[in-house]
Design a protein around this ligand. Structure first.
Ligand code: ADP
Ligand code: MG
Length: 562
């Protein structure tokens, strides 16, 4: 008997399926891309139980010839490639005639379709390897594909049973990305019979974004359309008022293809560095167009990954471009038309008495994005501020151009301290304060082995082992209170977590300011000078604004002059 055998077709299909269909989102992707290839203008996707129970994709595209029905589930059956030469020029999305065969081999699938040139349509049903039926039916033009009981005949299925929500989220993210990148198509997306979103198909990306993600998110986006290294970036990024607790709202399309592999995290991180609160992430919808020859999209069978030539330069260029965009329309401004209640203790400006304001405008919230300067430099803005006075021992009042600015001195101070301390920390040159009474920390031997005395010293501690199980602390970083130093060491000795450092430093800065309320004129000046040296003097370390602006016309309106 010969040892080499040809695999039965069904097994071959299942193997292929295992490579490309690992969860429902892969099925949805293939089916929707087929619908796009078929020139659909309306596409509906319905999901039940994360897609494991059922997935339906309905389109109004060109449809499938009834004669092709039985070929649909054959591997390498495709209407999209005629010769090997075409392989290198496929503009359509599919993966060369394998999707339906793969999906069909691991599910119960029904395809309903009518080709646009035919009078009658068909319905074909297949359960795993068994063809259950193929009959003529009448129906509207286009295709409906239902995939039920995904993975019913494979061992992976049980693995998914408790993960419905995760599977669903993956599909939802994909659907959002596809709908945003195809604003010319009307999408409807249902989960467990409920409409999640619907887009208008009016060819406007921003309107698709608004329909999917809502108005609040959309109005905080800044448009961008700029050349970058070897290409161009278009789309939208969030201003500083809009951040999310996850990276989920970061959509990047490279040459029209949705890419979700964190390749561009670095660029975003660089762009927003120092501008956002800890663990807050920007939102973006970016279309990056590069020369086709610079991009390899065939790295991963699911094609969510790409390989890009001169990748590092691109990341740098993209990061710089986005940052520049943020600077240009830096909106550190959130003007509410509802006036601050009392404004009267403004020194030096007797002629303006805000306390006489009795009539209020409609309490609509006016958000203003202020073009601060064309040739952007943060420092320019600060240089142009002329100081007017201080209110409530808390807010500094400035005037510049046709606007009045209020600065939150505590936020500013906190930012200055935080940046200064972070810098010292990173350079391992933190100043110390000597403790009157040293304290000790008990250690287990495992903890002891983790402690790096040298590093702690560079971080502003004066520490020393005492006996076997104790650490004596004689000096601590200058910004820490003793309690914070204790807490810090507590975290430090169990695991050296760098990201905790930032949290603790942040708290320390806050504490440092509390004891330091009213500012004298010299301090005011120093604060502004220090602020000037920062990369971002507009937001405090928690992401709140340091400045707010009231434009002259805003004020005049309130006085009913205009
Ligand atoms: P590929 O997309 O690579 O050709 P698939 O297995 O995804 O391979 O699809 C096989 C063929 O089935 C396609 O080439 C196309 O002719 C047809 N087809 C699949 N889905 C649709 C659809 N929604 N509308 C029209 N034709 C479709
Ligand atoms: Mg396909």
């Amino acid at each position: 008997m010969n040892a080499i055998k040809r695999l039965p077709t069904d097994i071959a299909n299942k193997i292929a399926a295992g490579e490309v269909i690992t969860e429902p989102v892969d099925v949805v992707k293939e089916l929707v891309e087929n619908a796009l290839d078929a020139k659909a203008t309306r596409i509906t996707v319905e999901l039940q139980e994360g897609g494991i129970q059922s997935i339906a994709v309905i389109d109004d595209g060109d449809g499938i010839h009834a004669d092709d029905a039985s070929l649909l589930f054959e591997r390498h059956a495709t209407s999209k490639i005629e010769s090997a030469k075409d392989l290198f020029q496929v503009s359509s999305f599919g993966f060369r005639g394998e999707a339906l065969a793969s999906i069909a081999s691991i599910s119960k699938i029904q395809v309903y379709s009518r080709h646009k040139d035919e009078m009658q349509g068909f319905r074909i049903t297949k359960y795993g390897q068994n063809l259950m039926g193929n009959e003529r039916i009448s129906r509207e033009k286009g295709t409906r594909i239902e995939v039920e009981d995904l993975f019913f005949n494979t061992p992976v299925r049980s693995h998914f049973l408790d993960k419905t929500k995760t599977l669903e989220r993956h599909v939802t993210e994909l659907m959002e990305a596809i709908a945003v990148s195809h604003p010319e198509i009307e999408f409807r997306y249902f989960v467990d019979d409920e409409l999640v979103f619907q887009t208008r198909g009016d060819s406007d990306e921003l309107s698709a974004i608004e329909e999917i993600f809502g108005e609040e998110l959309t109005k905080n986006l800044l448009a961008i359309d700029t050349p970058i290294q070897n290409g161009r970036v278009k789309g939208y990024i969030s201003n500083l008022a809009l951040t999310k607790g996850t990276k989920r709202f970061q959509y990047v399309f490279v040459n029209g293809r949705y890419v979700k592999d964190g390749h561009f995290d670095m660029a975003l991180k660089n762009a927003y560095e120092g501008l956002l609160m800890l663990r807050r992430f920007p939102v973006c919808f970016l279309w990056i167009d590069l020369k086709v020859s610079d991009v390899d999209v065939n790295v991963h069978p699911r094609k969510l990954e790409v390989r890009i030539r001169a990748y590092e330069e691109l990341i740098k260029s993209l990061g710089d471009t986005l940052r520049e965009r943020l600077r240009k329309k830096q909106d550190f401004v959130q003007v509410k038309s509802e006036p601050p209640k009392v404004f009267e203790p403004i020194r030096n400006v007797e002629q303006i008495d805000f306390s006489t304001i009795t009539k209020r405008e409609e309490p609509t919230v006016v958000r203003e994005v202020v073009e601060v300067y064309e040739e952007p430099s943060y420092h320019d803005f600060i240089d142009r501020l002329s100081y007017i006075g201080q209110a409530f021992d808390s807010f500094l009042i400035y005037q510049s151009g046709s606007s009045m600015y209020l600065m939150d001195q505590h936020a500013a101070h906190e930012k200055v301290l935080f940046e200064r301390f972070m810098k010292e920390w990173k350079a391992l040159e933190v100043n110390s304060q000597l403790l009157l009474v040293p304290f000790t920390v008990e250690l287990t031997s495992a903890e002891k082995s983790l402690i790096d005395l040298e590093k702690l010293e560079q971080a502003g501690f004066d520490v020393e082992f005492f006996g076997d199980k104790k650490l004596v602390i004689r000096a601590i970083p200058h910004l820490f209170t003793e309690a914070q130093a204790r807490r810090f060491l507590d975290t430090y000795r169990t695991h050296v977590i760098e990201e905790k450092v930032e949290d603790i430093i942040l708290m320390s800065c806050k504490a440092a300011i509390k004891s330091n309320h009213a500012l004298d004129p010299l301090e005011v000046k120093t604060l502004l000078e220090e602020l000037k040296t920062l990369k971002d003097p507009y937001t405090c370390p928690h992401g709140r604004p340091i400045f707010i602006e009231m434009t002259r016309s805003e004020i005049e309106k309130r006085f009913e002059r205009i």
